[in-house]
Design a protein around this ligand. Sequence first.
Ligand code: F6P
Length: 365
Amino acid sequence: MRIALSTGGGDAPGLNAVIRAATFAARRRGWDVVGIRDGFNGLLFPDQYPEGSGVYSLDASNVRSIGHLGGTVLGSTNRGNPCHYPVTQADGTVVYEDRTAELVQRFADEHNDALITIGGDGSLSIAQRLFEEGLRVIGVPKTIDNDLDRTLVTFGFDTAVEIACESIDRLFTTAASHSRVFVVEVMGRNAGWIALYAGVASGAHVILIPEIPFTYESVARAIRRREEGGAHYTIVVVAEGAAPLHGHQEVIAKPLDHAERLGGIGHAVADELTRITGKEARTVVLGHLVRGGTPTATDRLLGSRFGAAAVRALDEGMNGVMVALNEPHVEYVSIAEAVGRLRTVPLDCDTLLAGRELGTSFGDD
Ligand code: F6P
């Protein structure tokens, strides 16, 4: 048995724990393990790597002691989906090619028997396609956004919340010292999980998430209420995908081979709040900081559990499934069932209700 591991999409703390666990679990069974570099690029574009190193052997010598490291030793990419690969023509127009068959052929040429692919919705959709084309595939869900529907939680999320919370904590003292409004923009794409969890944990005064369209007047009222109560500073946490009622999401760029890049709402909120309240409002965009660096113990543990469970799935003859957390168990759900189902924050989510009980404004009252 020879298995290949690949990591795709934006990196998430805990990926190396999955790679380490899957390698150890497979090696224990006497299987060969290889890693594909940069999503599927190492397999699809071998010439781009020196001496065929786009696919390389994984064993104790190169995976030991990596569980506590952020990022992914395999490299990752969220560009160039092989099933929908953008090719720019001489006249500047772009056509999309389906390179799935080529990828499946290369996989077989390398004598791989099965693939463990670790990724978010985009990478898992590719995994599903590969499965449909005959590849033996196990998916491992990953995203800091925590927006995959069929698992209780994804690794990377806990670290992102931890870093966001610590950063917001630090802004409290400087906000209070200068009687300022601080607007902290956090990642999360179309789901508000990171903003909600970090906002409630840090005691932010306003939390704006994509699931709840906000009005600037409502946020300004929350600031005025605080002023009247003697608190001359306010912390606003805004998810990058949040948008005002009847407004639209702020987009930085729309690359050809990549999902729309969200961002900019933090500055828009600060500008508008200064205009309405007359108070100085500053913006801090946490961006990629929340997904870099050392994973929390929770994420390392979940990554290790998922990596081991993915190998167990192969050992038990499974195919086309994704590992999923359903405490206290790791279960298996079909990848087809798991992809394309965005899990956003439900309006009756207990953390959201707790925030409201504590007097947090969600910009909708
Ligand atoms: O999906 C993870 C994520 O970090 C999102 O929260 C964010 O919108 C996006 O990826 C950023 O992608 P990139 O690193 O390509 O800018």
